[in-house]
Ligand binder design. Structure first.
Ligand code: F58
Length: 842
């Protein structure tokens, strides 16, 4: 047993003083006051909301860390296979509310805080978002951690502890301005592990020595060292004591033996500079979504994080003294996109260079250990690194990549003799000027499974970018795991009233553990009282958002209007430009009406939010246009409440928790075939909003689940996109007449500076309309008219909403994680004896 690990004589004392977390309201209050007065060194007479938040978070952290310790002990003793999820991004958002709900102690905290003089909502609001991610990919990793813990799966996340998360967005005079997100001032959720460090090598050169057997061994020597320090973040599961670990690495200078000749011990300034250079590695999250810029520091980040994580994983494996061949039976590593692909090379290096395994034996272990998830087919987002940069930064890894490629191409050659073109197409090294390492190809060759994130996307990667690899490896290596979202955060936490209402119909909160149980509410679709409460909750959520809009954007909106929401990163492929052109079209249509006619129209609020990558000029123009249209429309007396246009500043996870429950219709309108999955589409439907969207990503599966009467689909299909693009370039390209009027209006200067917006227009009119804005415009406008019509019939609308929610069970990240666990990782849950955070004696 676990207890036997303490020798008998000392065991009694340890067990006698075993710490348990707070048990009830009194215990909670006692903890809070103690943390205020000791940990925070504040007087209880001088405790503001932020101090109360800090103390409350620390009280919960104490509980989490106890469960975290027990979970780790349990997993170590069980000695079962673990999953390691490697992601350069974890977009966690706030932790306190989530911890309270998952542990099942929010009511206790609420009552306790009230007695101490605080409202729990105000306390929750004090927390800074942990924003270590750009968008969908990072948030998916966060949902996965929640599901892994909730399903009692032995799993760790590994990431980077950025000092600066994704920038804060300010809107000044209609333009995006980026402000650094320094978020670590006070972060109670992390535990520095100053004793868990790994020194990571960069640069240097490779030497070879020959042993007595004649076998040569490569030695990577020289260069410089940077130290990785572990910071652990506990991840509580919902209604279970399982508390998994997210380990984030922070960089600092290594005090070691490497290349310190150049280090002049008398030169204080240069020693500080060295220190700072080392710290730069984990300083900042790159703010691009779906674009790869190939910066050296980014490759350094990747290797730093991957090498530290692998060292840690291998160290843990070696403790059990098993044979290396058992490694894949103990360890599964999932690569969240290609960012951690170097892990494949690093593990091969460890096994061959450091542990002395034969190449083939090592490679077998490597391939059986890794799985790779692809998140995009956009060519500009596929990672490539120049051979020169690799040679300089990671000389031994480049050699290993060349060897991996050589052996791979040899097997291809044997299976497909004399197909030189195939060899060139699938080579991990692209023979371009300069030569490039294709990371996605390396990830495929080094993994046993490759998956896309929605059915259409998984089909597309098999027929386009990875087609040749399907012929080489066979179709079974490629699979689909449709994305999901955690219902804990995205229903229970964000929309507690809806969660409570659903629970009355399901008979319990079991749907939060098995989302398919939502289907029970369909039986109540005609229940008058249920429908009434449903509508009241939606309205209350809209009132809350209206208040937020007033406070943050200074625009007054009527909560009974139709709320039309598009919140996501700003990108041409996501087509916020299509949306805003549609808004302008609506404005022109309203302006052309008589006052009587106008009175018959349905009031609508168009709500936008999202960040543009700082270097993405077109995305910034789109933000500027949205804001400029808002200024004109919102102040036009002819229009009044009929149309409002709002751009919400600094869209992030905690704002999404306010926005998502308040939408009537949300927009997921990417050019067909470009959005791998999308996950906010799932969040909006789960919160009783309908969607207007293209046949793209997970929209297709959402339609299949909820029924095509409950979704507003429009636009061209993925299979037609290529031909349309070809026609734009080589045929005649006529712009949709309604869109042409929109362009003319912009060009007249109705929304201010015409020059600023000319790029958006010429992209469509003169530069081939790559994203098919004009092709889809008519269909979009018509479908928006159908939305208006449908919304007028509130009874029918509510029926659609309830029906849709009831059929959303498939989109839980629990389902998704179970598919990975069974089909890719081969891991099993470790059952815990007690449920719901209730421990012996509590
Ligand atoms: C997103 N990718 C996809 N990448 O665009 C979205 O369709 C999908 O639902 C989601 O992944 C989860 O599978 C995405 O967010 C990034 O932000 C990367 C950040 C690092 C640089 C490359 C893009």
């Amino acid at each position: 047993s676990v207890e036997a690990s303490i020798p008998e004589p000392q065991r009694e004392a340890w067990l006698k003083h075993q710490v348990n977390g707070f048990k009830d309201k009194d215990g909670f209050e006692e903890n809070v006051v103690r943390h205020v007065e000791t940990t925070l060194a504040r007087s209880m007479f001088n405790c503001d909301e932020h101090a109360a938040y800090s103390a409350c978070a620390l009280a919960f952290r104490d509980r989490l860390i106890l469960e975290w310790n027990r979970t780790q002990q349990r997993q170590t003793f069980a000695d079962s296979k673990r999953l390691y999820y490697l992601s350069l991004e974890f977009l966690m958002g706030r932790a306190l509310d989530n911890a309270m709900l998952n542990i099942g102690q929010k009511d206790v905290a609420k009552a306790g805080l009230a007695e101490l003089g605080f409202r729990i909502e105000d306390i929750i609001e004090q927390e800074h978002d942990a924003a270590l991610g750009n968008g969908g990919l990072g948030r998916l990793a966060a949902c996965f951690l929640d599901s892994l813990a909730s399903l009692n799966l032995p799993a760790w996340g590994y990431g980077l502890r950025y000092r600066y998360g994704i920038f804060k967005q300010e809107i000044i005079d209609g333009y995006q301005v980026e402000v650094p997100d320094y978020w670590l001032d006070f972060n109670p959720w992390e535990f520095p592990r100053h004793d868990v460090t790994v020194d990571i090598q960069f640069y240097g050169h490779v030497n070879r020595t020959q042993g007595e057997s004649g076998k040569t061994t490569a030695h990577w020597e020289g260069g410089e060292m940077v130290r990785a320090v572990a910071f652990d973040v506990p991840i509580p599961g919902y209604a279970t004591t399982t508390t998994n670990n997210l380990r984030l690495w922070s960089s600092k200078a290594a005090s070691g033996e490497f290349d310190f000749q150049k280090f002049n011990s008398g030169d204080y300034e240069s020693s500080v500079a060295d220190q700072q250079r080392a710290e730069t590695i984990s300083a900042v999250l790159y703010p691009n979504d779906n674009l790869d810029r190939g910066k050296e520091l980014r490759l350094k980040q990747q290797y730093f994080w991957v090498a530290a994580s692998l060292y840690d994983i291998v160290r843990r494996f070696k403790k059990a003294k098993r044979a290396w061949s058992e490694f894949p039976e103990q360890v599964a590593i999932q690569l969240n996109d290609t960012h951690p692909t170097l892990a494949i090379v690093e593990l091969q290096r460890i096994l061959v260079d450091l542990e002395g395994l034969e190449w083939d034996d090592a490679w077998n272990i490597v391939v059986n250990t890794f799985g790779y998830t692809n998140h995009t087919v956009l060519p500009e987002a596929l990672e490539k690194w120049s051979v020169g940069l690799f040679q300089h930064l990671l000389p031994r890894h480049l050699q290993i990549i060349y060897d991996i490629n050589l052996f791979f191409l040899q097997t291809v050659e044997r299976a497909f003799p004399n197909d030189r073109e195939l060899l060139a197409r699938v080579s991990i090294i692209e023979e371009s000027q300069p030569k490039m390492v294709r990371m996605a190809f390396l990830a495929i060759v080094g993994s046993h499974k490759v998956n896309g994130v929605a059915e259409l996307h998984s089909d597309l990667i098999k027929t386009t970018i990875f087609k040749d690899f399907v012929s080489i490896f066979g179709p079974d290596k490629f699979t689909n795991v449709t994305n999901g979202i955690t219902p804990r955060r995205w229903l229970h936490q964000a929309n507690p009233r809806l969660s409570d209402l659903i629970a009355t119909k399901v008979g319990s909160y079991d749907f939060l553990k098995d989302l398919t149980k939502l289907n029970k509410i369909e039986l109540s679709v005609n229940d008058k009282q249920f429908r009434k409460e449903w509508a009241e909750i939606k309205l209350a959520n809209k009132v809350r958002l209206a208040k937020h809009i007033q406070e943050s954007a200074g625009v007054t909106v009527n909560p009974t209007s139709l709320f039309d929401v598009q919140v996501k990163r700003i990108h041409e492929y996501k087509r916020q430009q299509l949306n805003i052109f549609g808004v302008i079209h609506r404005y022109l249509t309203l302006k052309a009406m008589s006052p009587e006619e106008r009175k018959k129209q349905l009031p609508r609020v168009s709500i936008f939010g999202g960040k543009a990558a700082p270097g993405y000029w077109m995305a910034k123009q789109i933000i500027h246009l949205i804001n400029s249209v808002g200024v004109v429309v919102n102040n036009d007396a002819d229009i009044g409440d009929l149309l409002k246009v709002v751009f919400l500043e600094d869209y992030n996870v905690s704002k999404a928790e306010i926005i998502t429950p308040a939408s009537d219709i949300s927009e997921h309108i990417s050019t067909a075939g470009t959005e791998a999955s999308g996950t906010s589409n799932m969040k909006f439907v789960l919160n009783g909003g309908l969607i207007i969207g293209t046949c793209d990503g997970a929209n297709i599966e959402i339609t299949r689940e909820i029924g095509e009467n409950n979704i507003f689909l429009f636009g061209n299909l993925a299979e037609d996109v290529e031909d349309l693009r070809h026609a734009h370039t080589y045929g005649s390209h006529t712009i949709d007449p309604d869109l042409a009027k929109v362009f003319a209006t912009i060009e007249q200067g109705v929304f201010g500076s015409t020059q600023d917006f000319s790029g958006m227009i010429t992209a469509v009119r003169d530069h081939g309309d790559f994203y098919l804005v004009s092709d889809d415009f008519h269909s979009y406008i018509e479908t928006q008219a159908l939305v208006d019509e449908a919304y007028r019939d509130q009874e029918e609308w509510i029926t659609k909403c309830i029906t849709s929610v009831s059929r959303m069970g498939f989109f839980s990240s629990d389902r998704c994680i179970n598919e990975y666990a069974e089909g890719i990782w081969n891991i099993e849950p470790l059952h815990v004896e007690r449920d719901a955070g209730v421990r012996k004696g509590e």
